[in-house]
Ligand binder design. Structure first.
Ligand code: SAM
Length: 433
């Protein structure tokens, strides 16, 4: 007997459920790629379902608690992931229609030995959700951020900024590029708008990054507008030796090479350095590449300047990685703070007297940013602050703090453009002796 054909849309839903399940289990979210789902429309649909489920995670938690009084069934395979995707569709993506959410959820469970016995429960729960979807759709946006994050960030940024953060979470991040070639024709061909310096923004795109004009010729690289700020603030003259610490995959390395410095890019992760190397070849830059631990590495000759883009909680990237909001806890942040201090201390040992050092993190946690800059000035006697002036941040003067640091967050509009930017902290120091 011939096999029954698979229902349309099932395979993309299964792929989405597997990816969401991995993220719920603690993995970092990466969108499904062409190797996961070849068809562009299917892939876009699957990624839309996953990102909506992740962005609306806090609201979906509340819906699940209401629908499943006894909680989620234990050891139930893909049940939770399929349920979250279906709720994301029913409540938050009404344009996709309700029928496929219910039908494909049940079909997806039938494919899973561990969840097959739960098709009746899934059907009943989703029918109840459908009946209440209008009410669920109006759910309080404050639920979008976990309570612990909300209280940490309210004291740091205030209620109004937090409303903008919630909006940014729902909107997601536009694609920002840094231009190798500053060329109006290229900007037009990309359908981009200029943000600040050599950063441009694509509000939308209809193809993968690799298929955009100028990719193969290495005329630009992907880099959030906030992430492009720190390297520009380094004080060094063309030809200076610059050590890029924690460099992979190389966004800042490329900027430093473009600025005409003699760049050494150091990272402890050889697989990530491999990516850096591929990226640099595409762009036509040839930095020295060093595989080493930045907390103990000692150069033979000190560098004229250093950029330290320290590993951090990465909470500033929540528009692209909403799961970070739910994964990071106070212990993770404390661990990062200790590592950042070790990296900062060792960075100064590799810096020439009079040299400039940029410390930056893609974190919204003051402990990893503002407090680390204060700590460095207290603990490291050979350095002094080198405050960043508002004149150096032409179209984003509001990001310069009273102490002369730069603090960006998703509520800021670079160059007056919509779409926000990553949360970044930048401090500049000088070695005095
Ligand atoms: C925020 S990412 C760097 C992004 C990069 N600077 C860019 O602009 O593309 C942090 C990097 O720190 C590296 N890292 C973490 N711990 C390290 C250590 N002890 N020594 C050197 N690199 C480290 C990670 O491998 C990761 O590539």
């Amino acid at each position: 007997m011939a096999n029954k054909p698979e229902p349309a849309g099932l395979s993309l839903r299964l792929a989405a459920a597997q990816r969401l399940r991995a993220v719920l289990g603690g993995e970092h979210f990466a969108p499904l790629s062409t190797s996961d789902i070849a068809d562009g429309r299917d892939r876009a649909m699957a990624n839309r379902l996953i990102t909506t489920a992740l962005r609306r995670h806090g609201q979906i938690d509340v819906i699940i608690a209401e629908l499943l009084e006894k909680g989620l069934p234990a050891r139930s395979g893909t049940f939770e992931a399929v349920l979250r995707l279906s709720l994301a569709q029913l409540v938050f993506l009404p344009d996709l229609g309700a029928h496929s959410a219910l039908f494909l959820a049940v079909e997806a469970l039938k494919k899973d030995n561990k969840a097959r016995h739960l098709t009746g429960l899934m059907n009943a729960v989703l029918r109840k959700a459908q009946a209440n979807s209008a009410r669920y759709g109006l759910m309080d946006e404050r639920l979008l951020l976990p309570e612990a994050v909300r209280s940490r960030w309210t004291s740091a940024y205030g209620e109004t900024a937090l409303d903008a953060f919630a909006e940014a979470l729902i909107e997601g991040a536009p694609l920002d590029l840094t231009l190798r070639d500053d060329d109006d024709e290229l900007v037009e061909a990309l359908g981009a708008e200029r943000l600040m310096a050599d950063s441009v923004r694509l509000a939308s795109r209809d193809r993968p990054v690799e298929a955009l004009p100028g990719y193969d010729a290495g005329r630009w690289w992907v880099q959030d507008a906030a992430s492009a700020i720190p390297a520009r603030l380094l004080r060094a003259s063309p030809g200076a030796s610059v050590l890029d610490l924690c460099a992979a995959p190389g966004g800042k390395t490329a900027q430093l090479a473009k600025a005409g410095f003699e760049v050494s890019a150091l990272d402890s992760d050889s697989a990530r350095l491999e990516r850096l190397s591929v990226n640099m070849s595409r762009l036509g830059y040839a930095p020295e590449i060093i595989t080493a631990d930045a907390s103990s590495y000692r150069a033979e000759t000190p560098f004229d300047a250093i950029v330290l883009d320290a590993p951090c909680s990465a909470t500033g990237t929540f528009r692209r990685h909403p799961e970070i909001l739910w994964h990071r806890n106070a212990a993770d942040i404390a661990g990062r703070v200790r590592l950042q201090r070790a990296l900062l201390t060792n960075a100064f040992a590799n810096l020439a007297v009079g040299g400039s050092l940029i410390y930056c993190v893609c974190s919204l946690e003051p402990e990893e940013g503002e407090a680390q800059a204060d700590w460095a000035l207290d603990a490291l006697s050979s350095l002094e602050a080198d405050p960043i002036g508002t004149d150096e941040m032409a179209v984003l003067t509001e990001a310069v703090t009273d102490k002369g640091h730069v603090r960006t967050h998703p509520g800021l509009a670079p160059g007056g453009r919509n779409g926000g930017m990553d949360g970044f902290f930048v401090a500049r120091f000088r070695r005095t002796r």
